[in-house]
Design a binder for this molecule. Structure first.
Ligand code: B16
Ligand code: MG
Length: 225
């Protein structure tokens, strides 16, 4: 028995754009007198652009200091900086083992999906040269709630035409693991502090089809009468 699909997060699993998000947000925050470090940035992983801004404003004690129009302008400025930094992405920016595991999953005839809340996801997978590896990429612009809400993972499963219970989700953020679990999928966490994941790996290097299929085979199966 194998899963019907494997659904990947983008930022932190396929490539490491988290640092680029951090640099762009830090520059915008500095302009309005807010400072934060990479530890705080952990909380922004998997969180949508506007929700990230709100968390940064709260962190700086300025949650109510800006109008909607001003907040949209700040988010727009961050996105301009971020998109400019994406020009540095090439096929070499894939995280270790990702190209290989995508090929292995394809060879096993298991569907592959993408569940990123980034509105820049289509451009990023194109720049990485892996856009053809995905059978379906959930459209972040049609999502009302960012992770930890399961919406983006459920949208990926619906697009792939698989039941969430028949799929594995892979994430590097606590909010993302929570989203996978809430979707009823089996979760794999990459990195530290992801105790809620069904399987925890240190790095994408450990992400092989053998590892995923062994994990699937060892899952507890509910027997219904
Ligand atoms: P954008 P993921 C998420 O991507 C990032 O982790 C998060 O830091 C970012 O704010 C969010 O995308 C929105 O990105 O501003 O490009 O629309 O982890 O879901 O792949
Ligand atoms: Mg991520």
């Amino acid at each position: 028995m194998t899963p019907d699909a494997v659904v990947f997060d983008l930022d932190g699993v396929i490539t490491d754009t988290a640092h680029l998000h951090f640099l762009a947000w830090r520059a915008v925050a500095q302009e309005i007198g807010i400072t934060f470090d990479e530890n705080f940035n952990e909380q922004l992983k998997g969180i949508s652009r506007m929700d990230s801004l709100q968390r940064i404003l709260q962190h700086g004690g300025k949650a109510g200091a800006f109008s909607d129009k001003q907040r949209l302008a700040l988010a727009g400025k961050k996105n301009d900086l971020y998109v400019r930094s994406l020009a540095s992405l090439t096929q070499a920016s894939l995280l270790p083992g990702i190209r290989e595991v995508l090929a292995e999953i394809r060879a096993a005839k298991v569907k592959i999906g993408l569940a990123s809340v980034s509105l820049n996801a289509p451009g990023i997978v194109q720049a990485l040269g892996v856009h053809k590896a995905f059978d379906f990429c959930a459209d972040a612009s049609r999502i009302a709630c960012s992770k930890p809400d399961p919406e983006i993972f459920l949208a990926a499963c619906a697009g792939l035409k698989v039941r969430p219970e028949s799929a594995i989700g892979i994430e590097d953020a606590a909010a993302g693991v929570e989203a996978i679990n809430a979707a009823g999928m089996l979760s794999v966490g990459i990195g530290s502090g992801l105790e809620q994941a069904g399987l925890q790996l240190h790095s994408t290097r450990e992400l092989t089809w053998k590892c995923l299929s062994d994990f699937w085979a060892s899952r507890p199966v509910l027997i219904r009468n």
